[in-house]
Ligand binder design. Structure first.
Ligand SMILES: Nc1ncnc2c1ncn2[C@@H]1O[C@H](COP(=O)(O)OP(=O)(O)O)[C@@H](O)[C@H]1O
Ligand SMILES: [Mg+2]
Length: 318
């Protein structure tokens, strides 16, 4: 059966006003994600991934474009409608510690989400406890941890609480913003496996944001590569790894997976000046760092073209 489209993003732009001019954080991004599938969004730090996720969740107002969720243009929603939408669109952050209340135990944290979204009454302590334990089991947190506080747990367990809190709402779309980037490699694999299992079981749709291509390789159906706010390449995951077309994608692929989230891929594999996202000139924003760049890459924007079935690239050389 053909899967249904859950999310459609059309010509989305988010420009920030800065003293130096307009900063093009997200610049004309278009894609769709089907129910139960995962779109990986990759690119270096600063390329606009988090901003993209935030605009889709309406945590930022976009400058232009449209976002359809289950066919409805949610950019037209009022505050009340957005509040209701929140339950269906959730976000998991890189550092759950920052979003967890240090004075709340595991079960209190999960219960709070259930109460805020009015799935349970705060008076229903028995029901809340039962559901919290169920959710803890689903994310692989042992029952004995029910009364522990975030600082008593390692990063992997903290991220499991973050996931449990999101699961509590049974959302349709989960934006995952670097959810494993703060974890060491063995914990990364455990959390990625958990997320995959939960998707298989519950049919979530993920927008999975990461600077590390190796993280989304096994999880994503499709991958979108961004560079300074723009889409440079999009393809089904296997295609992208077999036949990367954009010189920037190739550079990302040639990078050895680095477990340290603070590691700057930039300086290790790519040379040349980083174009500024403030008032960018027309043409390919990667051109200054691109080994294949020609004069024609600058001056006019490069169209994002379908080169083979479902494989899109914006490169003047191809
Ligand atoms: N609130 C903001 N005000 C101004 N500039 C911002 C703001 N948020 C992000 N930016 C800028 O937008 C660009 C994209 O940032 P971000 O979406 O965080 O990228 P990523 O998540 O890929 O690292 C960066 O140049 C960043 O400095
Ligand atoms: Mg980010």
């Amino acid at each position: 059966m053909e899967k249904k489209e859950l999310l459609r993003v059309e010509h989305l732009k988010k420009y920030f006003h800065t003293p130096a001019g307009s900063l093009h954080a997200v610049d004309d991004v278009t894609f769709t994600v089907k129910t139960g599938e995962t779109l990986g969004v990759v690119g270096e730090s600063g390329c606009g991934k988090s901003t993209l996720g935030r605009v889709i969740l309406r945590l930022h107002e976009p400058t232009a474009g449209r976002v359809f969720f289950e066919g409805y243009n949610i950019l037209q929603y009022n505050k009340e409608q957005i509040k209701r939408l929140r339950r269906h669109m959730q976000i998991i952050f890189q550092d759950p510690f920052a979003s967890l209340n240090p004075r709340m135990t595991v079960s209190e944290t999960i219960s709070e989400a259930l109460v805020i979204q009015k799935l349970y009454s705060s008076r229903d302590q028995k029901g809340l406890r039962k559901r919290s334990l169920e959710l803890m089991e689903m994310v692989g947190l042992a029952e004995r941890l029910v009364n522990t506080y975030p600082h008593e747990l390692d990063g992997g367990r903290r991220q499991r609480i973050g996931i449990a809190r999101v699961l509590a709402l049974n959302p349709k779309l989960i934006v995952c913003d670097e959810p494993v980037s703060a974890l060491d490699v063995s914990l990364q694999a455990q959390i990625l496996n958990l997320m995959q299992d939960l998707q298989d079981e519950l049919g979530f749709t993920y927008l999975f944001i990461t600077h590390d291509l190796s993280v989304v390789k096994h999880l994503s159906d499709d991958i979108l590569v961004m560079y300074l706010g723009q889409m440079v390449e999009k393809a089904p995951t296997a295609r992208l790894f077999e036949n990367p077309l954009h010189p920037y994608t190739r550079a990302l692929l040639s990078a050895i997976p680095v477990p340290d989230p603070d590691f700057d891929i930039n300086r290790t594999i790519l040379k040349g000046e980083l174009t500024s996202p403030i008032e960018p000139a027309p043409g390919c924003r990667f051109a200054k760092r691109c080994p294949q760049a020609r004069e024609s890459c600058l001056g006019a924007d490069i169209p994002f073209r379908e080169i083979e079935d479902k494989h899109f690239v914006a490169c003047g050389e191809i």
